[in-house]
Design a protein around this ligand. Structure first.
Ligand code: MG
Length: 388
């Protein structure tokens, strides 16, 4: 931590999103521990202005330059630096006083700023799983090289992290999945679900992209790949178990057969706070688990025929190389098309499968290969969409 300021200085990339706003609540609840050094947003300039006036960060960045004049003018009376554009967003993570960067932006856009933060030796509170899905190998080697720590914010990975034992290897990671709003739907019924239904997650409050990914179980597929890189395990050491109550956030099995689980109410503020405060736990007044009220915890196998995205994610992980990057790019196009009512829920899987089939495979990609694979996969997916 910076010696002349005892509070941890945190950059929140994507402060106007669901995770970003919850992270700011965490900061507000622990004002003597944390300070928001910088806030960034893509387009939600009004909320960014409101957040800046309340939290008084050193810097704010709006990625979309069109909003710059409005942002600059609205904060003109305050000593806050105001920048715009993707380059400013990448630079802000490198600033000297920064202790930690929370990567809470959506999708592939998280990759570049995360790389820049790691290169500057900043610790990462990782809330952008797509970064690990696309380029986990590069991210890991950068963290090692620059001695930066990656702390998981995803509730499942935070749970696994909390279960780890320093002297005992993992035999198996058991990632829990709520199963989303369509867990009990038939394959046939899945074809006709609307985006309004898909956007209604039973347990977690999240942004639109991740809520659709949860409904399709692509989110769980990404989390499997994320777990592989975060915890250095083989694909066959990661099992997904559907657990509709979302109380057990994930589990680790050790080589003697013993299993450790981390439990809690489904509230993203818990893993955010733990990533911020690690290795200590800070006092909170959040609601506590009332076990008799929950009454029962249940577990079942995921249905890979119904939720083909999860099977496609496993396939991409097994093939390795640039395939998870292709999977992610195709999924981003698919989710966007679904949210625009251009394709149905099940057709998202068709689009992703087609893109994975058509994309060139690169076994050992470098950073530029990932950038190319991402844009080529998007092109393949968009061309397919245009034939429908
Ligand atoms: Mg999660």
């Amino acid at each position: 931590m910076n010696s002349d300021n005892p509070k941890k200085q945190i950059v929140i990339l994507g402060s106007t999103g669901s995770i970003g706003t919850q992270a700011l609540e965490v900061i507000a609840e622990h004002p003597d521990q944390f300070e928001a050094y910088a806030l960034t947003a893509n387009n939600r300039v009004d909320l960014l202005i409101e957040q800046a006036r309340r939290f008084m960060p050193d810097t704010v960045v709006i990625a979309n330059k069109a909003h710059y004049p409005r942002l600059k003018e609205a904060l003109a009376d305050l000593p806050i630096k105001v920048y715009a554009g993707p380059e400013a967003l990448e630079q802000v993570v490198e600033a000297g006083p920064v202790d930690m960067v929370l990567t809470a932006m959506v999708g592939y856009s998280g990759l570049k700023p995360t790389i820049r933060a790691l290169q500057a030796g900043k610790d990462i509170a990782l809330a952008n799983k797509e970064t690990m899905v696309v380029a986990g190998e590069i991210i890991n080697s950068l963290a090692l090289k620059h001695q930066a720590v990656i702390l998981p914010v995803d509730s499942e990975h935070s749970a696994v992290f909390q279960c780890l034992e320093p002297y005992n290897p993992i035999e198996k990671i058991i990632l829990t999945a709520s199963g989303g709003p369509f867990r009990t739907y038939s394959e046939e019924a899945l074809k006709f679900v609307s985006k309004e239904q898909a956007l209604r997650h039973p347990n977690w409050q999240m942004g639109a992209k991740i809520t659709i990914d949860s409904a399709s179980m692509m989110n769980k597929g990404f989390e499997v790949i994320e777990a592989k890189w975060l915890f250095g395990v083989r694909p066959d050491q990661i099992e997904v178990v559907v657990h509709p109550q979302s109380i057990v956030h994930s589990m680790v099995q050790f080589q003697d057969g013993s299993v450790k689980a981390q439990l809690g109410l489904p509230d993203m503020k818990l893993p955010i706070l733990y990533a911020f405060s690690y290795p200590v736990r800070l006092k909170t007044s959040y609601p506590r688990v009332d076990f008799p009220k929950i009454a029962s915890l249940s577990f079942e196998h995921p249905d890979l025929h119904k939720f083909r995205n999860l099977a496609l994610a496993y396939e991409a992980m097994h093939r390795g190389g640039n395939m998870p990057c292709v999977l992610n790019a195709a999924n981003e196009v698919a989710v966007e098309a679904f949210l625009q009512d251009r394709i149905g829920f099940v057709a998202m899987s068709d689009l992703i499968e087609y893109t994975m089939l058509k994309a060139d495979f690169i076994a050992k990609p470098c950073y530029e290969d990932y950038v190319d694979s991402d844009s080529l996969a998007r092109e393949i997916a968009r061309n397919y969409l245009n034939t429908l």
